[in-house]
Design a protein around this ligand. Structure first.
Ligand code: C2O
Length: 456
């Protein structure tokens, strides 16, 4: 059984990163047609020959191979977590095999980057081995990263509080893991963990990490995803939380290559228990599992109560370099009493949706505020952030996507409840302010088809 360790807790003299760097260089030397090459592994996540990062990758495998094995990453979907778990396990075994072939130890495991570890002041900064020396001789370095430190706001673990795994914020509250979808290379509403920290960390690092079609070319990608995979286990171990039980989630087959270069398939059912995946692994620093709250999945509550749309913007927004402000007029829900106005202690579920988001390039992360004051500190009105990871691909029609754009959503129930207590909530008008974390650069563009508010 392997242990995936916190990269910042590797003991002095530990060789995990040194071997990783050597393996990256060895994998980069293999041709893109080799399933165990660095390029092939990254292309499983996403590939686009027109992007500069893919220049020099030719020759590529036959269409028969690329259609089955490339551009497979699952986003905006309940397959987001299991697919990336399968992907990481296969990749880890290929790296470990490469290390053995290079004369290294037999037990290499992927470390994880826990940027949310508040006990370590360094935690939000990419481990130094990835940034220095800053040259191609360092297997862990990658050119073009915009930031190597993640601001504190974006490492929030608020997603862990979410109870249901599945949900889309319309027919049901938002889910931890994403909405029920078919195979979804770039699909529905992003799940809460996917949105924050996942998407935003991609956007803040930028460079190849800022686009799913190139992200896995950066060696830090894998440590970011090991952390996301760990957080799935942390979420589950809190108790009262369950993975989906539908066969459509459990049994959909995804294509991968093994460490010996053999094609095969994996399913969510195969990766439910990390201890049984390809020899097995556990994470350092995952609190033990709380006693199960429900005797069976059947006994668990149903979170599928539909929400009702109570407000929507009426025109397409073009996010410019300065902050964008939109005011929505709220129509109280028709059913029973209008709970948005009521003074009840339990916050009504309130979800803010950003629909048909289309973009070009890698638009900056935007922070969202609700009813902020015109001047002064907006911090108390912060509702969350939009990462736009994958927006350009989601805006482009292809075999995998209609091109209708991306769908992001923020659960603002707690913020609304707080504003109501403090008298900053009128219940009739909702002012949404979107503020970019940097200026839009040339070639970057982002539009939002509609902002809507759902409530229950
Ligand atoms: Cu499939 Cu972090 O991306």
């Amino acid at each position: 059984m392997k242990e995936r360790k916190n990269v910042y807790k590797l003991p002095a003299g530990d060789k995990t990163l040194e071997w990783y760097a050597k393996a990256v260089i060895a994998m980069k030397q293999k041709p893109t047609t080799d399933p165990r090459s660095w390029n092939f592994q990254a292309a499983i996540h996403g590939f686009n020959a027109n992007l500069p990062a893919w220049q020099g990758s030719a020759p590529i495998p036959s269409r028969l191979i690329t259609q089955q094995f490339w551009n497979q990453c699952q986003h905006g979907s309940w397959y987001f977590l299991p697919w990336h778990r399968m992907y990481l396990a296969q990749f880890e075994s290929i790296v470990a095999q490469t290390i053995v072939e290079l004369g290294g130890p037999p037990d290499w495991a992927l470390p994880y980057w826990n940027y949310s570890d508040t006990s370590n002041p360094q935690a939000r900064t990419m481990p130094p081995a990835f940034t220095s020396p800053a040259n191609a001789g360092n297997g862990l370095w990658r050119s073009g990263r915009q930031n190597t430190t993640i601001p504190a706001r974006y490492v929030s673990l608020s997603a862990l509080r979410v109870i249901p795994f599945t949900g889309n914020g319309q027919n049901s509250p938002l889910g931890f893991g994403g909405p029920e979808t078919p195979f979804s290379h770039n699909g529905g509403t992003h799940g809460e963990l996917e949105q924050l920290p996942h998407d935003v960390v991609h956007g803040i690092i930028g460079g190849v990490m800022g686009d799913p079609r190139t992200a896995a070319l950066d060696p830090i990608f894998w440590l970011h995803h090991a952390n996301i995979d760990r957080l799935w286990q942390v979420w589950l171990n809190q108790g009262g939380r369950l993975n989906p039980k539908q066969n459509s989630w459990l049994d959909l087959k995804f294509n991968f290559y093994s460490k010996t270069g053999k094609p095969g398939t994996m399913t969510s059912r195969d990766v439910l228990d990390t201890r049984t995946i390809l020899g097995g692994y556990v994470y350092q620093d995952v609190p033990p599992s709380a006693a199960p709250v429900f005797e069976s999945a059947e006994a668990a509550p149903d979170f599928s109560e539909p929400l009702e749309i109570v407000a929507a913007s009426n025109k397409k927004l073009n996010l410019e370099s300065a902050a964008t402000s939109v005011t929505l007029t709220i129509v109280p829900p028709r059913k029973e009493k209008p709970r948005m106005e009521s003074a009840s202690d339990t916050p009504a579920t309130t979800i803010l949706h950003f629909e048909n988001i289309k973009g070009k390039g890698q638009p900056p992360v935007h922070d969202v505020y609700i009813n902020p004051p015109e001047s002064g500190d907006k911090e108390a009105y912060y509702a969350g952030s939009l990462g736009f990871f994958g927006v350009e691909e989601a805006s482009t029609a292809s075999t995998h996507h209609s091109g209708s754009g991306q769908h992001l959503a923020l659960d603002i129930s707690e913020l609304v409840a707080k504003l109501r207590t403090e008298g900053d909530w009128k219940g009739k008008k909702l002012n949404v302010v979107l503020e970019p974390t940097r200026k839009l650069e040339e070639g970057e563009k982002v539009t939002i088809g509609r902002i809507s508010l759902y409530s229950a």
